[in-house]
Design a protein around this ligand. Sequence first.
Ligand code: FAD
Length: 400
Amino acid sequence: MKGLFVFRQDLRCHDHPLLLRAVNECEQLDLFLLVPKDLERWAQARRVFWDQSVQDLQQQISDKGSSLSIVTSLPNTRIYDVCYASTIFSYNEDKEIPKDGTWITEVVDQLFHDYQIKPMTQQFTSFRKQVEEGLYSRASIPESSIESLPPRVTQNPPVAFSMKSKECDSILFKGGERAARAHLKQYFWERRLASTYKETRNEMLGANFSTKFSPYLALGCLSPLAIERELKLYEKEVEKNESTYWIFFELLWREFFRVMYQKYGIAFFRKRGLKEAPPIFVNDGELFEKWCTGQTGVDIVDACMKELLATGYMSNRGRQIVASYLINEYNLDWTLGASFFEKHLIDYDVYSNWGNWMYLAGVGFDPRPRRWFDPEKQAKIYDPRGEFRELWLSSYREKD
Ligand code: FAD
């Protein structure tokens, strides 16, 4: 069989059941990567992380004897009909991809498969209980790697897409599947950080307080199943405690927002979310600009925003504080904040980002109204010696 495989946010060769299936079923296989439509709008750190991840995929594919065509759209249907035997492998169907082929799709970025057939809940706690009661069937994928790839159908990939990442290499995270796997190994086996995750996860400074798996999960350099497998092994061989459970618990939040998106879709992007009417916002471009550039005058908020601008990452605690500030202190439209995060976050994930923003804005799945985080109190608890604020505010003072 001849096939066409389309990569998007599944930038990995390892632990990829669909790619494995394509390799096993096709004598010839073309590999395409569809460039995200809004790529040109991304901030630098997000773009660099993506470029690095794509380059790593490209290299791995080349090492396995094939090549990757990086394209903004797939070959048109006519050429495609001539060239291919109409079997398209992609983790979901896409209106940009020709419809006249046979589609083979599979869930490749979730822990469980069959959310849509169960009675749906709107609260995280009941979802977690359903999971723990075994209501959903597990996407169990044995660890799989691909040694070699079949030859391509078309010998010359369409015009290559040009990468920009050589222009800047200042981000903290290195993109790509191989960096992701090295990080996974280091997190569990070299630093053994899983044992203390619950105590440290709310901190804001440094590399070790939380797992930092999110950028790799967002681009599919790492699958949640690979993390879970490593976690189980760690629990068996090193230690099983509240912290190790809590990593799984947080991964369930990621799943929860995916489930909710399957149910509510477009409501994730509405100002009113799941409510009857949107909250009343003020329309003030200057305030928004202050928030975006980290110039609100509230140190903890400004430090978090500077960190985001410089690195494309912010801790979960930081995200809650700055989102609450935009929503509750400035009374601005929460969708502005969510869009700003979309542009900058290297771990941007449509479900987790919009789902968390909705939640904090009080238009999502939280039965309580808006969540308010007092920034001064948060700073005292989570940055008691002011080191996080000093790091990000002083580096900007030096530049000024
Ligand atoms: P850890 O604390 O180590 O957690 C392990 C994993 O669990 C994370 O990698 C992530 O996959 C998942 N997880 C943890 N907390 C959450 C959560 N609240 N919601 C969903 N999944 C979670 N996460 C994203 O991956 N992409 C986003 O675009 C995103 N936007 C957010 C926007 C706001 C306003 C808020 C409050 C949170 C957002 N989060 C987002 C969730 C969370 O902040 C990040 O997942 C986390 O900070 C990533 O760092 P980590 O991998 O070290 O997390």
